[in-house]
Every structure is written in structure tokens, then in C-alpha cells.
Ligand binder design. Structure first.
Ligand code: HEM
Length: 550
């Protein structure tokens, strides 16, 4: 048999096998069609085009709150997709059967190329081993010791913005500033590295590469499947690289490669510098590693002390650096800018928060515990994280060897009137973790669940919320999801939000301009002016706060 004929036969058999598996999935998932949900747009796109469209926030809310705790949708080519916000079912998906409901392959394979083998690019035991070393690095004690550094950076932000208001109030793009301060905080707090002095405009190659990553990645999303195939077929790295390098130098994929290479080079340089100094006893850097309060220093110390079998390889440690910057930056800065927009929209809430911050002197530097005991600051942060989860669409796929069963905390009624207390989930079914659906569930939070009302956190939460035992790591919410793949940096994010707000609100006033701000439903939501703008920005009218004279 000629090699051409052999290759075609292999391809045909593989294709037929795939079609067989897929048809089996469609047949096995037919009973799921009895569950309530929106009609699909087409067989090819299912509901995904509606759900992932640029301005899909209203459709996403419709799915989240109008059909109940388990919603039937369709993925591409009729693939079954469930939107789940039932607490017991979510407990199963995120905690009990986390090994079955895994991240999609495209997510893992693309992250592997962007960051290397980090938390965002590994499954199972390898991921578990990384979490074991990294979890203690994000402990409250470490956050406590990082707090003074956060204040130092935020005071520079205050100086930088004050400098721009010498001629009176003016419009400023607050997303630009929350972005800069978030990058600097994760730089200094995460890596012991300064990206941006804030008080002067200086470009840093690492910072530029991080900023170029997502826009260029967004332009080659359709190629993500090739990464999955390359992993499945063990295509050598040099060959994958050669293919990418065959594209023109100004193509998005080459720019993406350039950003990835720069991030990798800079991460390695920071790691090696610390390691060399550690090995050779360079007093200044050893001081940073030995007493350093940044995440990398703590991680290197923990790794050196860990049992040999539990240690992370150098490649794994380096891969965490860009991962942390990426995971920390837009999520936190966009949530912060959303908070400022809401405070501008509700001036009475802004005044009340400012009063609390001024009365307690929170802007100058306070202890971690005192900062966390400010009730209204806490309420504003929690309420914004509840109603506006920055990364609200988390997909999982059932990779069970056999079909599996999802138990429910409350029975659901099917379209033909049957009452189900559990649902059979065929292998291959996709699941969307219902972050909005549980954070804004009227049955739990009350009829005003969709409204932003920080006051709700000043009294005990409804017992329905606490009794539901949502499997989220933070405050009965799913904003940082839960389980082994929950957000490892949620305390870092919370502390950052609180310090930035404490310093900003006591120095500046924020008001809306007449420009229409719209939020785009992307992997991480971002604001733009007008519906079709490309540039993300959040213009607010900013003035210096002047205390009223008695
Ligand atoms: C408001 C800010 C933030 C939000 C809303 C947020 C949300 C999330 C969510 C939903 C996940 C789960 C992703 C998934 O399952 O696919 C996640 C994972 C992660 N986050 Fe965050 N995050 C925030 C800030 C941060 C910060 C500040 C850091 C680091 C300092 C961080 C580091 C990570 C990492 C490393 C992961 C991957 C964890 C793993 O897979 O084991 N995040 N985040």
C-alpha cells in the first residue's frame, strides 16, 4: 500500500470515529432537551454566538436568571451545553468531581503556549502539586506583610493623578490608571519587580509584552484548535515554532509569539537574578529572597524547603510569573474601574464611603485587619464583585469515562412537567459555571438581586444565601469560583481593591461624563465609549476632594 493511501485511510477512519462519537453524544444528550432554556440560534452555532457576542450581557443575564438553576443551551454543532447555578450541582462540578469536569482542552493548550506549564495550563496531579506549593504563598499572613508595599504604590498613583489636576477637575481615563496600578502592584507584590514608576511615563518591555498579549491572542482565537491537535499528536515544539515563524512579521500570530518570548525572557531573567544571588549569597538580593515579601521570593523559599518530590521545576516556577501577571491584571483593574464608575453614578454611596475612609484614616496606611474591618468599604467591594464578576463565563467539560449524574439541591421541573432531583450528564457535555446565575439568584438574594446595593452587606445576609452553601471561595459568591481551580489570588485582589479605593476616594471625587460607557462581554469584561469602539477606556470627571468648610 502506498504511503498516500495509508494516510488517507487513517484520516478517513479517524473522521468516521469522531462522527460516531459525536452522534452518540447527540443521541445520549437528547433527554437534556427537556430542560428549560433559550431556543438555539442555529445547529452550527447553538446559543454560543448569542452568549459570547460582544454585547451579550443582557442575554447572559436572561440565561442566568430567567430559566432556573439548570438551563439547557447548545454549543457548536448541537453539542449539549448546560448553564448550572444549583449549589449542589456546582459542588459536584467544582469540588467533588473536579477530576471529571475539567477545563476545555483549548483553554489548557493555549495557556501552555502563552505561559508555559503553570496553574492555568496543567490538569490533575501536576496542577495539584503546583497548588500545594502555591496556596500557602497567598496566605493572609503574607498578604499582611505585603500591605505596606501596596500603600507605597498607591501613594505614587495618588501623586501621579494629583499632578494632572493642577488646573482643576478634568476628564481622565480611569481604566488607564487602574490598569497601571494593577500591573505595578502585581509586579512588585508578585515578582519583586517594578514595571511602572507611575509618577513618570516609562515603557517597560515586560509590561508592554503583557499588554500586547491579549489583543493579539484575540486575533488568532480561531487557531486555538491547532494547539490542541499539536498537543494530541506530540508535534515537536521546534516545528510548531517554525510554522509560526513562516507568517509575516507584522501578522498577529508573530506579534503574539514576540510578546510570549519577551514575557518568557523577562521572567527567566528575574528568576535567574534572584536564584544566582541566592546561591552566591548576594546580600541585597538574598535579603529580598530571605525577607522578600513578594510572591516569587516566598515561592522560591517554599520550593527550596519542600520535599524533593514535591518541588516545582524551574520551568514551572518561571511559568507562574507571567500567569500571575496575566491573571491579576485586567481582572482586578477592570473591577476597580467598574467600582469607580458605580461610585460616580451613585454620589451618595461615594460620599458615604469617603466619610468612612476619612474618619478611619485608611488612606495613609492601616493594618490589614483594620482595613478589612471597614464595613462600608467591604460592602462596596463585595457588592461590585457580586453583580459584576469580571471573569464570569467559566466552561467545564465532562470527561468521565462513562456518563455521570449531577445531584441537585432543589428539584427542577422539565418542559414536559417531570420533576428531577438529579440529571444524567453524558460524557462530552459542556457545562458553564453559573457565576451570574448564583450571584444574582432572586430566590437566594431577594427580588432586588440584580441591583447594586452595597447596603445589603451591612445586615446579616438572607438565610437562603447562607443555607445554599455555594461552593465559592469568597463570601457566598462564585466570582472567584471554588474548588481546586478557584482563584488563588482572591485575597490579593480584595486587598488591592480596598487600598486603591481608600487612597483614591479620600483624595479625589469621581463623576460621570456625558460619554456613554458600555461593557463588552469578553473573557474578562472591559469598558468602551460607545458600542463599537475598539479601545477600552473609562472616562470619568476627576477632581481634587476638598473637605467642606464648617
Ligand atoms: C477581581 C479580580 C479577580 C477575579 C474576578 C478573578 C477570577 C478568577 C476566576 C473566576 C478564576 C478561575 C478560572 C477558571 O476556572 O477557568 C481565577 C483563577 C486564577 N486567578 Fe484570579 N481573579 C482575580 C484576581 C486575581 C489575582 C489578583 C491573582 C494573582 C495575584 C489571580 C490569580 C489567579 C490564578 C493563578 C488562577 C488560576 C488558578 C488555578 O487554576 O489553579 N487572580 N481567577
Amino acid at each position: 500500500m502506498s504511503s498516500g493511501l495509508l494516510l488517507s485511510s487513517v484520516l478517513i477512519v479517524t473522521l468516521l470515529w469522531r462522527v460516531f462519537i459525536y452522534t452518540r453524544l447527540l443521541i445520549a444528550s437528547a433527554p437534556l432537551n427537556r430542560l428549560p432554556g433559550p431556543p438555539r440560534e442555529s445547529f452550527w452555532n447553538g446559543n454560543l454566538r448569542q452568549f459570547l457576542a460582544r454585547h451579550a450581557e443582557d442575554f447572559q443575564k436572561h440565561v442566568a436568571v430567567d430559566f432556573g438553576p439548570v438551563v439547557k443551551m447548545s454549543g457548536y454543532f448541537g453539542r449539549p451545553l448546560l448553564y448550572v447555578s444549583d449549589s449542589r450541582a456546582l459542588h459536584n462540578i467544582l469540588i467533588k468531581e473536579e477530576h471529571i469536569f475539567q477545563e476545555q482542552e483549548v483553554f489548557i493548550s493555549s495557556n501552555l503556549r502563552l505561559f508555559g506549564p503553570s496553574l492555568l495550563a496543567t490538569y490533575g496531579q501536576r496542577h495539584g502539586k503546583q497548588r500545594k506549593i502555591l496556596n500557602p504563598v497567598f496566605s493572609i499572613n503574607h498578604m499582611r506583610s505585603m500591605l505596606p508595599l501596596f500603600y507605597t504604590v498607591c501613594h505614587k498613583l495618588r501623586e501621579a493623578i494629583t499632578g494632572r489636576l493642577q488646573d482643576g477637575p478634568r476628564e481622565l481615563d480611569m481604566l488607564h490608571w487602574t490598569g497601571r496600578v494593577s500591573l505595578e502592584l502585581i509586579g512588585q507584590g508578585g515578582l519583586g519587580y517594578s514595571f511602572d514608576p507611575l509618577v513618570e511615563d516609562k515603557e517597560d518591555p515586560y509590561g508592554q509584552a503583557v499588554k500586547a498579549l491579549i489583543p493579539n491572542f484575540g486575533r488568532v482565537l480561531h487557531l486555538r484548535w491547532l494547539a490542541v491537535l499539536a498537543d494530541k499528536w506530540n508535534v515537536p515544539r521546534w516545528l510548531q515554532r517554525a510554522v509560526v515563524q513562516a507568517f509575516p512579521a507584522d501578522s498577529p500570530i508573530r506579534k503574539l509569539l514576540e510578546a510570549v518570548d519577551t514575557m518568557d525572557r523577562q521572567s527567566r531573567a528575574i528568576y535567574s537574578m534572584k536564584k544566582r544571588a541566592f546561591d552566591q549569597g548576594d546580600a541585597e538580593v538574598v535579603k529580598q529572597i530571605g525577607e522578600g515579601k513578594d510572591i516569587l521570593s516566598i515561592l522560591m523559599r517554599a520550593n527550596a524547603q519542600a520535599d524533593v518530590n514535591e518541588r516545582l521545576s524551574e520551568e514551572e516556577v518561571v511559568a507562574q510569573l507571567s500567569t500571575l501577571i496575566f491573571a491579576a491584571m485586567d481582572t482586578t483593574s477592570n473591577t476597580l474601574s467598574r467600582t469607580l464608575q458605580l461610585l460616580a453614578q451613585y454620589p451618595d454611596v461615594q460620599d458615604k464611603l469617603r466619610r468612612e475612609l476619612l474618619e478611619t484614616g485608611a488612606a495613609q496606611g492601616t493594618s490589614y485587619d483594620q482595613l478589612n474591618q471597614l464595613p462600608f468599604l467591604d460592602a462596596v467591594c463585595r457588592e461590585t464583585l457580586r453583580v459584576h464578576p469580571a471573569a464570569g463565563n467559566r466552561f467545564r467539560i465532562n470527561r468521565a469515562v462513562a456518563d455521570t449524574v449531577l445531584p441537585l439541591s432543589e428539584p427542577v421541573t422539565t418542559l414536559d412537567g417531570a420533576v428531577l432531583s438529579k440529571i444524567a450528564i453524558p460524557k462530552g457535555t459542556e457545562v458553564l459555571v453559573g457565576v451570574m446565575g448564583s450571584n444574582m439568584n432572586r430566590a437566594l438574594w431577594g427580588e432586588d438581586a440584580l441591583e447594586w446595593k452595597p447596603e445589603r452587606w451591612l445586615s446579616p445576609l438572607p438565610s437562603a444565601v447562607t443555607d445554599a452553601r455555594m461552593p465559592g471561595v469568597y463570601s457566598n459568591l462564585l466570582t472567584f469560583i471554588g474548588g481546586k481551580r478557584s482563584c488563588i489570588g482572591f485575597k490579593f485582589a480584595e486587598m488591592e481593591m480596598k487600598v486603591v479605593l481608600a487612597v483614591m476616594l479620600t483624595t479625589f471625587t469621581f463623576a460621570l461624563t456625558d460619554k456613554p460607557i458600555l461593557w463588552t462581554s469578553a473573557n474578562i469584561m472591559f469598558p468602551t465609549v460607545g458600542r463599537n469602539a475598539i479601545r477600552s477606556e473609562l472616562p470619568l470627571r476627576v477632581g481634587l476632594y476638598k473637605p467642606a468648610r464648617l
